[in-house]
Design a binder for this molecule. Sequence first.
Ligand code: SF4
Ligand code: SF4
Length: 349
Amino acid sequence: MNGYYLSQENVKDFISHLMKKKTVYAPHAKADHSFVFEEVVDADNVILDYVRTLNSIKKYFMPSREVMLRYNLDDNSYSIEDVEPVKGIFLGVHSYDMQAVLRLDHSFSHGNPEKNYLTRRLDNIFIGTSFTPDNFHFSSSVNIQPHKTEGFDLFMHKTDRGYVLEEVTKTGSDLMKGFDQLTKFHGEYPNSEHFKSHLYAPQEKLSKVFEESYDNPVWHEIAQKCVGCGTCNLACPTCYCFDVEDHVDLSLQSGSRERRLDSCMLRGFTEVAGGEVFRDRLADRIRHRVYRKFKYISDSAGEPWCVGCGRCTIYCTAGISIVDIVNRLVSDYDKKQIVQDSDMIAAWD
Ligand code: SF4
Ligand code: SF4
């Protein structure tokens, strides 16, 4: 595939060129230090050099609230709400958020394929941009480098004076047709960035670590600080658990069935008919969330379900770091292994 150089002064023209093809969604500034993905109305407002967005692009494929169907008891009828493909160009997506979409694709297409999500995912185009890791990104620890192009159609590698555009798919290549402010690039694509935050073990080892960590005291220690607000779930680009509720109107004759994002950190999430709560203790809910990211799904899918975006740590009301939790488990596991090894050596002597 070919590469092209896009100078910084031509970036806005390139965005305007994309806007003529499809609706473009890209990062915009929100208040002083935050960023959100929004539909682009004016190319001047797009910010491609950003740290991370508050929410990931998951919100376009899985809205936090949606009506699934409407029903009427007068004639016992119901109608399923229509869902349309988003059909947009997602510009300036970081590799960890792209990887999160690929994980959601897996979650929603295995078992019982989920129609609404999969319909919205049709006909979307993704243009990535590389990022400079801050103190909270740790995606390289889960094999997601800032220049990883998997899932993208076109990738914009940031350089000092603009971007190197890497064609990843034919769709990405077609996006550049008709835009004549590009020059051919003949070098190596940039491919490394320095991370300040790391997990101490790769997924293969984490799977073993988690086998031994179910009764680790860390779950109770973290529960002393955690306030059970659920922000970590809502901020996470790979969390997708939802609740379904019926809303009946005052006449009790018609209503709607609504799906809304839920959080496994909230007590009510595990409350079932009869009032039983099967993860009543906060420590159990914290453990469940972290096991969902590094063990339960990962063992069958073969990769972590955490993409290392750092959102759950930054936005945690209590300052709890998922990196610190995982590294504590690794460290306790290693200490246990050393004790077991020395016991074995002593038995041989
Ligand atoms: S668990 Fe935390 S760091 Fe991992 S993907 Fe979710 S929000 Fe990002
Ligand atoms: S965001 Fe922090 S305090 Fe809130 S539930 Fe998650 S870990 Fe607990």
